[in-house]
Structures are given as structure tokens and as C-alpha cells.
Design a protein around this ligand. Structure first.
Ligand code: GCV
Length: 643
């Protein structure tokens, strides 16, 4: 059994409409799905306030073919779009508004996407495991086989209902049988899978092993300039498209964390990406090339190499060098999805390149769907960066994301799909945010709580407030002031302050008895000046650098006074005590909601909050003790610090 998330039309009393009319004779799968959803979700009642109609006609906005509008007048709610995708999205939106009781005469709204490609990336492996998965096993793969069942269609419906239009099924670390996804071993079953998503307007993508030729019987090289290798790919792409005609293209992780890539042959990242781009171009496919390239064999003694600089150094000189069908997918920050990072400087440096922003819905470093962490505020902060920074005279608009926005899924085969039921709001909200960068995170939380948990009134308000607090709370009880990576190595849940300190991953805090932080200014790696000048100058100045990023950019004494007026060490103590106290308050609030929702949801989530409280306590005590032991400076409020 599994939850139908917000598409559980039986959870709330069904909305009533006089009639449902379809002014589209199209019988395409998208229109059929739109009609079916409306029929399933709504009850016909001649006494109802208004009727609903689905009308396929141009709204004049030809560039934005997915756009749609909803207008209610003269007792008729009209869903209008020039495209089938728009009509399907409009049907879901209308259902949602009706279920929330938010449609009435006079309602009129145009819905226009902020960006054309809105993608979900799965890190699912062929054996059924999920890299960084915290909600069960894969529902796409098991024992090297492809799964197509009822749940597949349910998932396609979720994605379409939040206006996701692209999906990559397999892990970017393509090894073993996953390399064979582009071979006759899997074409037939992949087609069955693709058909379902395609019928909901979702373009299927696969992750690709850059060295496929070497593993699939082709030339024993992956040199992008080797003529035999190039011809192998040309033929391979023709074969792939003959067998998988609906394929949107490939996501490629190359020269990263042990994956093969063009560096082996003395070539650059554009050489590798363009070779694939040219081979796939005749079939209209895209190559989505990840910018997550850095030296993962670093020596901790080396203070000059800086993982934060790596993607900028490799990619920014290549701006304008990529084929038109090559897209560069860039993580939101320069390191790796930490609870707080600065925005990736590549977004300012590559105006002539198709850029895709990569977010992580999977809570790898943000509590693994055990701890509550509502991520929409974080993603909105990234997307709104230029506006926020205007007062600092950045002077350049961030090019985010000219081509699209992607996110790593947090779903698995758990009954509630996402481990923590409230983590479902991150998934639901990501789709709505990808469509509209200005979406209101409070409203998204309210919708989710009402539609999925059936909450209302004060109970809904309490949970919504916790959700909105949860990212700042997590920032308080984990690694302080932007320093990051004080997590248990490999697993990334719970504290281990020196866990990565003497390791090869380039993620150091450099704490000693006098101070902490990484010098990324002129006297260090000067990463700060990979940003536009004014922004770089601000980050490079410890007096002007925002407090929450201070230790990302600077090595400072524990007695350094923050803009908040507190010393670094006092901030560490205060924020950790506060963060832990806030989590205890979450648990108390949740416990007060017993009886206000289904018991199984209540109990399952209660157990998550209990684990979060234990985790936050461990973080609080280990961090405070660690730094007290390092510097010997007591907490000025005299709270208990274990020695
Ligand atoms: C899929 C981090 C994660 C890896 C992930 C990698 C990536 O390093 O820990 O599990 O690999 O990012 O984004 O490629």
C-alpha cells in the first residue's frame, strides 16, 4: 500500500460542480488524463455553484506553450490553454483550488512557467538501492530489472500534477548493468516505462556512462577526439533513438568522484560534452552535463587546492564553447548541498551557456528525512538571490536558470513515498517552485498540510509554523556559520566534527585552538573573487561578509565579533542550545496534535521527531564540547557544556 499524496481524492469530501465540459476533441493521452482526473476528483451535482470546462485555444502567449489560465465567470470555471500539457496542468490546478475551496466567481489567473525544463533526477540503482535514498527502495528498478506497475502511473500523475516535465530514472553514477540501459537488454522494458511518463507530458532521460564505448564492446577509448570513438557514438545514438524514440537525452557525471571523463585524454569538459551533443543532435536530444567536478583525492595538508573553486576554474573559461543542445547542470552551491552555502559563482560567469540549477530534495545533509527540514525557503533564497543582493550593488543579474531547474528526488517505495510525511512537501513544493520562482512557501505548506494530512485551523497553523522554522533550526544545531561538513563520513547524518578533517574530500573546517574557518580571501584561495567584483569584495571582507557564511570565507579567532554583536564562540554555543530547544518544541507541538490526523501518520511522524530530538541533542553537545575544549572559553550564560 502507498499513499496517493495530494491526489487522494477520497481524503476530503469531493468538490461538487454542475457539469464538466470538454471543448477539446483531442483524444491525446494528455487530454484523456485531464478528463479522467476531473471526473475522478469532482462530483456532479446540479445544485453546485458552477460548471467546469476544459478549452483548448491559444491565449496568445505562443512562446510559453505550457501556459494556461483559469477564469471563473457566469457560473463557469474555464481552464484554457493552447497546449495539451497546459490543459492537463490546468485540470490539476482547478481540482486543487476546488478541493481547497479557493475557486469562486471572479477568480482569474494566468499560469506561466518560469523556466522551460523542470526536471527530477533519480539516483536509483539497478539493484533497487537508491544512492542517498531515505525512503525505501527504488520503484523503478529491482534485481537489475525494470519495474512497471500501478505505482509507476501514480508517480507520473504526481509529477504532472506539480508540472514536472522531465525525469531522469537512474543514478548519475552509472555502473554495472546501468551502463547497459542503452542496449537491447533494456530497450523494450524502458519503452514501457517511458510510455507512461510520456503520456503525462514528462520527457524521459537516462544517466549515461561517459566511457560506455569501453564497456559495451566499442573502441577501448573515450577520447572525444578519437574518430572511432566518435563514430561509435553516432551509431549508438541512432540505435538508441530507433529503440527509444521518446528519449529526451542524457544526464552525464564525468570526471567526478571516480567517474570517467575527458580529462583522462587531456581534453576539457566542453570537448567531452560536445562530442556527445553532436552525436545526439540529429535526434533532437539534449546532453545535460554536470558541473560537479573537483579533486576528490586532496591532501588535507594542502591549503591551496580549494574544492569550492573547482567547478568555476574548470567551467567558466568554457562559457560559449558548448554546443546548443548541451546544458550545464550546476549545484546550488560550490560544495555539495550543505545546509548553508553561498550560491555557485558559475551562475554569474556563464551567460552564454544553457544553465540548469540542481537542487537536492533528498535530504542527504539536511536530516535524511528523519529530521524535519522544509527546503523551499532555501531554494527560494537561491532563486531570489539577485533581488536580495541588489543593495550590495552586485550589478549583474544571475543567469539562473536560463535553461531549467532540476532536483534530486527524495522518493522511494515507502508507503508515504518520502520517509517523513512532511518531506513530501519538499517534493510537492519543488515542482511548484520550478514552475513559478515566486511561489509562496507558506501557501505551499498550507496546501500540502490540508490536502495530504487533512489538517485545518490551529493544527494546520502549528505544523506550518514548524515547517517554516525547520531550515533555520537545522542550521542552528548543525555545522556553524557556513562551515559545513561536520557530519559522519559517508553516511552524512549526525555529527562527526573531525570526520572529514584529515580526509581526501576537500571539506575542511581548519579549527585550531585560536580560531576556525577557511580562508577563501586573497590570503587564502581567493575563491571570494570568483564572484562579480562587488559581491566578491563583500565576501572577502570579514566585517561585511554575512554572518551565516563567515566561516565559509574566513579563518577567524573565536573571539571575532559577528555583525550580530556576538563573538563566534558565543554564537556557536547560543545557536546550538537554541536549535536543540527548538527541536524539543517541535516534538512537543507534534505530540499536542494527537487525534487531529490519521493515527498512523501521527505515530510515524512522532517517531521521526523523537529521532530528530536525539540527533539535535548530539549535535548540540558534541559541537559545544568540541569548541569549548579547543578554545577554553566558557559560555557566558553558564549553560551545561560537557567536558
Ligand atoms: C550521486 C555527493 C553525494 C554522492 C553523489 C554526488 C553527486 O558527493 O554524496 O552520493 O553521487 O554528490 O552529486 O554526484
Amino acid at each position: 500500500m502507498y499513499s496517493k499524496l495530494w491526489l487522494d481524492y477520497e481524503r476530503l469530501p469531493k468538490a461538487k460542480v454542475k457539469s464538466i465540459q470538454f471543448d477539446s476533441n483531442e483524444e491525446s493521452s494528455l487530454i484523456l488524463h485531464a478528463k479522467e482526473e476531473l471526473r475522478q476528483a469532482l462530483d456532479i451535482d446540479s445544485e453546485a455553484d458552477f460548471s467546469v470546462s476544459l478549452t483548448q485555444e491559444s491565449n496568445g502567449d505562443t512562446d510559453k506553450s505550457e501556459a494556461f489560465s483559469i477564469e471563473v465567470k457566469d457560473h463557469s470555471a474555464k481552464i484554457q490553454s493552447s497546449s495539451e500539457e497546459g490543459l492537463l496542468y490546468g485540470a490539476y490546478e482547478c481540482i486543487k483550488l476546488l478541493r481547497l475551496g479557493a475557486l469562486a466567481d471572479g477568480f482569474k489567473k494566468n499560469y506561466v512557467p518560469s523556466t522551460p525544463l523542470r526536471m527530477i533526477n533519480h539516483w536509483d540503482n539497478m539493484d533497487g538501492s537508491i544512492e542517498r535514498g531515505y525512503s525505501g527502495k527504488s520503484f523503478f528498478f529491482r534485481d537489475e530489472k525494470i519495474i512497471v506497475d500501478e505505482r509507476t502511473e501514480m508517480y507520473a500523475r504526481f509529477l504532472a500534477s506539480i508540472r514536472i516535465n522531465a525525469l531522469c530514472f537512474n543514478n548519475v553514477n552509472v555502473v554495472g548493468p546501468a551502463t547497459e540501459l542503452i542496449s537491447s537488454r533494456y530497450y523494450e522494458d524502458l519503452n514501457k516505462l517511458f510510455e507512461i511518463f510520456q503520456s503525462y507530458g514528462i520527457k524521459p532521460y537516462l544517466s549515461l556512462n561517459y566511457a560506455s564505448s569501453m564497456e559495451l564492446g566499442g573502441p577501448n577509448t573515450a577520447d572525444p577526439y578519437d574518430p572511432e570513438h566518435i563514430s561509435w557514438w553516432e551509431e549508438k545514438m541512432a540505435e538508441i533513438y530507433q529503440n527509444l524514440p521518446s528519449l529526451g537525452g542524457f544526464v552525464v557525471k564525468a570526471d567526478s568522484e571516480g567517474r570517467p571523463g575527458p580529462f583522462t585524454y587531456g581534453r576539457n569538459q566542453a570537448d567531452g560534452a560536445n562530442m556527445l551533443g553532436r552525436a545526439i543532435a540529429p535526434f533532437g536530444g539534449k546532453i545535460i552535463w554536470r558541473a560537479f567536478v573537483y579533486n576528490c583525492q586532496q591532501d588535507w595538508r594542502d591549503h591551496r587546492t580549494d574544492r569550492a573553486r573547482a567547478a568555476y576554474d574548470y567551467f567558466s573559461p568554457l562559457d560559449g564553447a558548448f554546443e546548443p543542445n548541451v546544458y550545464l547542470q550546476i549545484k546550488n552551491g560550490p560544495i555539495d548541498f550543505q545546509v548553508r552555502e553561498p550560491i555557485s559563482p558559475l551562475f554569474f560567469a556563464m551567460a552564454k551557456t544553457n544553465l540548469i540549477l540542481e537542487c537536492q530534495i533528498a535530504q542527504e545533509y539536511t536530516g535524511q528525512q528523519i529530521d524535519l527540514c522544509y527546503l523551499l525557503p532555501m531554494w527560494k533564497e537561491i532563486l531570489n538571490f539577485p533581488a536580495d543582493m541588489a543593495s550590495h550593488t552586485v550589478g549583474q543579474r544571475v543567469a539562473i536558470p536560463s535553461a531549467g531547474i532540476a532536483a534530486v528526488a527524495n522518493t522511494g517505495d515507502d508507503w508515504n513515498w518520502t520517509g517523513h510525511i512532511l518531506a513530501g512537501a519538499n517534493f510537492y513544493g519543488f515542482g511548484l517552485l520550478a514552475w513559478d520562482f515566486d511561489v509562496d512557501e507558506k501557501q505551499v505548506a498550507e496546501e500540502y498540510l490540508s490536502l495530504v494530512l487533512g489538517l485545518e485551523g490551529p493544527a494546520l497553523a502549528k505544523v506550518k509554523d514548524m515547517m517554516l522554522m525547520s531550515w533555520p533550526t537545522m542550521e542552528k544545531y548543525t555545522a556553524p556559520l557556513g562551515v559545513g561538513f561536520m557530519v559522519t563520513p559517508h553516511y552524512h547524518y549526525g555529527p562527526n566534527i573531525d570526520g572529514y578533517e584529515y580526509d581526501r574530500w576537500g571539506t575542511y573546517h581548519r579549527a585550531d585552538w585560536k580560531g576556525i574557518g577557511i580562508d577563501r580571501t586573497e590570503t587564502g584561495t581567493d575563491y571570494a573573487h570568483t564572484y562579480p567584483e562587488a559581491l566578491g569584495d563583500m565576501y572577502a571582507d570579514p566585517e561585511k561578509c554575512p554572518d551565516n557564511l563567515l566561516l565559509f570565507f574566513h579563518h577567524v579567532p573565536y573571539t571575532h565579533v559577528l555583525q550580530s554583536g556576538k563573538t563566534v564562540i558565543q554564537h556557536i554555543y547560543d545557536s546550538h542550545f537554541e536549535g536543540y530547544a527548538e527541536v524539543l518544541a517541535f516534538l512537543e507541538t507534534w505530540n499536542s496534535l494527537e487525534g487531529q490526523m490519521d493515527d498512523d501518520i501521527f505515530l510515524h511522524t512522532k517517531e521521526r521527531f523523537e529521532r530528530q530530538a536525539a540527533n539535535a541533542r548530539e549535535w548540540c553537545d558534541q559541537i559545544n564540547t568540541y569548541f569549548y575544549r579547543k578554545c577554553g572559553i566558557p559560555d557566558e550564560k553558564g549553560r551545561k557544556i560537557y567536558t
